[in-house]
Write a protein that binds this ligand. Structure first.
Ligand code: SF4
Ligand code: SF4
Length: 104
C-alpha cells in the first residue's frame, strides 16, 4: 500500500513502522535462501547494492521479465520490513528520509 497524505496519523505511524525503507540491515545480517544458493551462507549478502543511500537486492535489480516477477514474489518484496524491532539502522534510515521528504 502506498503512502497517503490523507491517512490518519496513527495509520501513518503503523504503516511507517512496517514499510521497508531500504536500510540494508536484514541482508547484511542474514543471507536469504536465494542469496545462499548463489553466494553461500556468509553475510553480508554480496547481492546487496546501494544507490543514493538506499539498499536494494541486486538479484532483483538485474533480473528481467518473469524472472524478476518471480524473485519479487519469492522475496515478498513490498510485504513490509522483516526486522523492524530494535533496528537502529532502520531508525537512522527513516530519520534520513524524513530529512529529505517532509511528508514521510
Ligand atoms: S539475495 Fe537479495 S534479498 Fe536475499 S539476502 Fe541477498 S540482497 Fe537480500
Ligand atoms: S531491515 Fe527492514 S527496512 Fe531494512 S532493508 Fe530489511 S526489510 Fe527493509
Amino acid at each position: 500500500m502506498g503512502r497517503s497524505k490523507k491517512m490518519p496519523v496513527v495509520g501513518r505511524l503503523i504503516e511507517r513502522r512496517n514499510n521497508c525503507v531500504g536500510c540494508g540491515y536484514c541482508c547484511s545480517k542474514v543471507v536469504c535462501i536465494l542469496g545462499f544458493q548463489k553466494y553461500g551462507p556468509n553475510p553480508p549478502c554480496p547481492a546487496l547494492v546501494e544507490h543514493d543511500g538506499r539498499f536494494w537486492c541486486g538479484l532483483v535489480e538485474n533480473a528481467k521479465g518473469m524472472e524478476k516477477e518471480e524473485l519479487i514474489a519469492e522475496l515478498a518484496i513490498d510485504a513490509g520490513c522483516t526486522s523492524s524491532m530494535f533496528n537502529n539502522v532502520r531508525d537512522s534510515q527513516i530519520a534520513k528520509m524524513k530529512g529529505k521528504d517532509e511528508n514521510f
